[in-house]
Design a protein around this ligand. Structure first.
Ligand code: ADP
Length: 262
């Protein structure tokens, strides 16, 4: 009964958000959170109202990547107020509720997916053009519950890297999408080549076109490559999205977002 009530509230809240997109990856460390934050920042620069839900309950790093520190979420009868970044992106993360950044979170599956559902039902997101959901990595039950909890989800964006293993991991995400009958918006190949800090040329460490080939094999749309960029990573550590810098990666993000918006 309580669950029915919660699902009803989720439908109401999500009904005010035009587009809901999940960012997924088959494994950790491929840059899923980085991609989420930069897609959000690009959409925000284009004038869209954007929210980011950090679905990583065990290692929430969206707050740091968005440059949000020392905040205390507040709430009223409309729910928990999302935290607003200085650029105007609304965010919610379990990280905002921790006494300090190093607190370990060792929730098990049901409690963790319960927390994500609560972020959908209890946060006063208001009207948004886009809600990007940074889902937990892998294909475990937390990821499945997250994806299933979002009514009328537009689809998912798969993030992978050029190495063979990671492309194989992307295959898992394609399988998840099929099972849950969620549309795959497309695949992004992150860490695709390396931007030389001296000359700004992109060096293709793993060879060119791997992501595109993988997308073809998996029969999904290829959204584009994002190169590894040291400058971008340094910025990200300081909470500055790389798309606010003048760099190769930010050009690529703009092209990708144009495709997603269409
Ligand atoms: P995931 O969310 O998949 O675990 P993260 O987004 O946390 O991965 O990225 C892992 C690390 O790699 C972070 O330190 C991030 O700053 C860095 N990183 C990700 N993508 C890039 C990129 N294109 N250029 C430079 N650094 C990157």
């Amino acid at each position: 009964k309580m669950m029915e009530q919660q699902n009803k509230v989720i439908r109401e809240k999500m009904g005010k958000i035009k587009h809901k997109i999940a960012i997924v990856s088959g494994k950790g460390g491929v840059g899923k959170s980085t991609v989420t934050v930069n897609l959000a920042a690009t959409l925000n620069q284009m004038g869209y109202k954007v929210g980011v839900l950090d679905g990583d309950i065990h290692g929430p790093n969206i707050p740091q990547m968005l440059g949000v520190h020392n905040v205390q979420p507040t709430g009223d009868e409309n729910g928990i107020m999302p935290i607003m970044t200085k650029e105007g992106i609304k965010t919610m993360s379990i990280g905002y509720f921790l006494p300090d950044q190093d607190s370990p979170i060792i929730w098990r599956g049901p409690k963790a997916s319960g927390a994500i559902k609560q972020f959908l039902s209890d946060v006063a997101w208001g009207e948004l053009d886009f809600l990007l959901i940074d889902t937990p990595p892998g294909s475990g039950d937390i990821q499945l519950t997250t994806l299933q909890s979002i009514p009328d989800i537009d689809g998912m964006v798969i993030v992978t890297t050029p190495e063979e293993v990671s492309v194989m991991d992307a295959r898992k995400s394609v399988g998840t999408a099929k099972v849950l009958e969620i549309k795959i918006i497309g695949l992004i190949e992150n860490m695709s080549g390396f931007v030389c800090p001296h000359c700004d040329e992109v060096v293709d460490v793993f060879g060119k076109g791997g992501g595109e080939k993988a997308a073809k094999t998996l029969n999904v749309n290829f959204l584009g490559p994002i190169p590894l960029d040291v400058k971008a990573r340094e910025a990200s550590d300081k909470g500055i999205p790389m798309v606010s810098l003048d760099c190769k990666a930010s050009e690529e993000f703009k092209k990708i977002v144009d495709k997603i918006v269409k």
